[in-house]
Design a binder for this molecule. Sequence first.
Ligand SMILES: NC(=O)c1ccc[n+]([C@@H]2O[C@H](COP(=O)([O-])OP(=O)(O)OC[C@H]3O[C@@H](n4cnc5c(N)ncnc54)[C@H](O)[C@@H]3O)[C@@H](O)[C@H]2O)c1
Length: 348
Amino acid sequence: MPNQTTKLRAAVVGLGWPGMQHLKGYTADPRSEVIAVCDLDETQVEKVATEHKIPNTYTNHLEMLENKDIDAVSVCLPNFLHAPISIDALNAGKHVLCEKPPARSAQEAKAMADAATENGKTLMYALVQRFDGSSQKVKRLVTDGELGDIYFGKAAYVRRRGIPIGREGWFVDRDRSGGGALIDIGVHALDCIWWLMNSPRPVEVMGASYSHFGHLVPDDVKYDVDDGTFAQIRFENGATIILETTWALNLPGDNYIKIAGTKAGVSLNPFTLYTEANGKEVDKPLDAPSINGFDEEVKHFVECIVEGKEPISSAEQGIMLMQMLDGIYESAEKGQSVSIADLSATKG
Ligand SMILES: NC(=O)c1ccc[n+]([C@@H]2O[C@H](COP(=O)([O-])OP(=O)(O)OC[C@H]3O[C@@H](n4cnc5c(N)ncnc54)[C@H](O)[C@@H]3O)[C@@H](O)[C@H]2O)c1
């Protein structure tokens, strides 16, 4: 644990694009520094270490975790490694910032939360959309009661064409990814809108998933995931979210979050507040500072450790988010709506 004179000493495991955003985030915050990097790809490890003057390099995360100087680890690895490597890091006494999605399933996210509790360490999920300037601004409007009671949300993360494959095709192999468009990009939109609506407890979901674009990936790549998922989620407080997400669709790409309350509604794209005055519709354009979501996310993680605070994208929330995704996939498979059981983390 850093004190006032020492910096939080972080390590990044997985040096793809998201790993590099985490690295830059720690470097940008004067309270933290990156002292170790790890990736299976030795060339990438050496390149990153040289460019960023990082003293410790590894190609094996277990060797990295033996380094007692490391306080915290960013897990920026393929989805199937989120749970095992985060748990290894927590058991080694490190705090963990894990990339999205939290895991492949709620059961895995629960095991991660339990490991954090047992070891008394912070587990935060890197759900970057919460940290954008516009999301932060809307969250303030919600907290200040400007929207009234929020009862409806609609979110889309729709690509017309954009199927990721990743190292050795893990993105499109359900065993390693946990799913396709929904767990990869739908998770961003769903998490952000759910958080803006004050994270109500989900009780029932109805989902439909499709896989029609396998011809867009090379023939030798296993492809057994959804490239389009559409869902409705009902919450304990009566609120509803409708979600659309695709990696490929024969319609234009789309990206929005809209939430409606009893007093006003907000759209993030176009960034507008929808309200009324004297019985007439009033549209108020909103603005927000242009900030780097990754820098803000890492800053929040560092702050939570240094100040002993609970992260806004907590281990507990990771479980609930995964329950929604699990429920949508289960509903799609069964062809009927499904209930969501309570699976909250054990608290120490
Ligand atoms: N927040 C975002 O906007 C965002 C964007 C892209 C990806 N992601 C998430 O980040 C994670 C990584 O995605 P990616 O696109 O970088 O994947 P990737 O396939 O490019 O892999 C990332 C890196 O991990 C390394 N790696 C794999 N197994 C390893 C191991 N056992 N030990 C050490 N290194 C290992 C790979 O060599 C690679 O350099 C995924 O969970 C993905 O969902 C988040």
